[in-house]
Design a protein around this ligand. Structure first.
Ligand SMILES: CC(=O)[C@@H](O)[C@H](O)COP(=O)(O)O
Length: 254
């Protein structure tokens, strides 16, 4: 089980809801992923106004835990305001803090991310900060009380996969809260790699919504999360320099 704050989940896959070709494909992909946590940008959705297009219109949102994100915020102040707006909708108490520090790479601003996390924790939110793969920053976010750490594999929407597996593994090793690898994932192979490193979960969007077959890719990502986790829990054999026969003959008399 994946436990974040006081909530536990069977699925370790968190799915974004943006950029699907249409809402029907979005629903089918969400179903195929068997995710229990959906994330969306508060700014892209007017959650108070029923006359506005609802980007989750086909999805029974009461079946999911919602993880709104503060995408579009460039300061802690903006992120806190966005989080409070989401909370006021009554739909969610978790928040993904996303404070961007660079328009081109969409990499997070470490200082503003720390500030926003601290402020939202004081306000009583379950806070999941999106961060770079910086080991020290991840530790400081946990020390503040963040409920999970969400290091990027690579820039959002880039499909660059896992750029720095060493940093991810150091973050995983030091953390006492769930580590959810978020952003930049391209393939099921990236997911398996992150899960085999010991990540507690994966958050992804573009790899599924931008795939030529989002529904099939959603299922592939679900299986990759499960497979990687099982492999991590089972443990790998050590690598050896020379071969060892798979059917040893010692002790067998012919
Ligand atoms: C939906 C969401 O929260 C994204 O900002 C997230 O970081 C996923 O990134 P990818 O689209 O690269 O998977």
């Amino acid at each position: 089980m994946l436990t974040i704050g006081n909530k536990s989940f069977h699925s370790r896959l968190l799915l974004g809801t943006g950029k699907y070709p249409d809402v029907n494909v979005q629903k089918q992909a969400v179903d195929a992923s068997e995710t229990e946590i959906l994330t969306f940008s508060v700014r892209r959705m007017d959650i108070f106004e029923s006359s506005q297009p609802n980007l989750l219109e086909k999805i029974s949102i009461s079946n999911y835990d919602l993880l709104p994100n503060t995408a579009g915020a460039y300061t802690a102040e903006e992120a806190v305001r966005t989080a409070k707006l989401a909370y006021a909708s009554g739909l969610c108490d978790m928040i993904k803090v996303e404070v961007i520090g660079d328009k081109k790479s969409l990499l997070p601003d470490p200082v503003e991310t720390l500030k926003a996390t601290e402020e939202l924790l004081k306000e009583g939110f379950i806070v999941l900060p999106y961060t770079s793969d910086d080991v020290v920053l991840a530790r400081k976010l946990e020390e503040l009380g963040a409920h999970a750490i969400m290091p990027g594999a690579s820039p959002i929407g880039s499909g660059q996969g896992i750029i720095n597996p060493l940093n991810l593994s150091l973050i995983i090793e030091q953390s006492h809260v769930p580590v959810i690898v978020d952003a930049g994932i391209r393939s099921p192979q990236d997911v398996v790699t992150a899960m085999e490193l010991g990540a507690d979960g994966i958050l992804l969007n573009t790899a599924v919504s931008g795939s030529p077959d989002p529904v099939k890719m959603a299922e592939a990502m679900k299986l990759a999360v499960q497979s990687g986790r099982l492999g991590f829990e089972a443990g790998k054999i050590p690598k050896k320099r020379y071969a060892t026969a798979s059917s040893p003959e010692e002790g067998i008399s012919f």
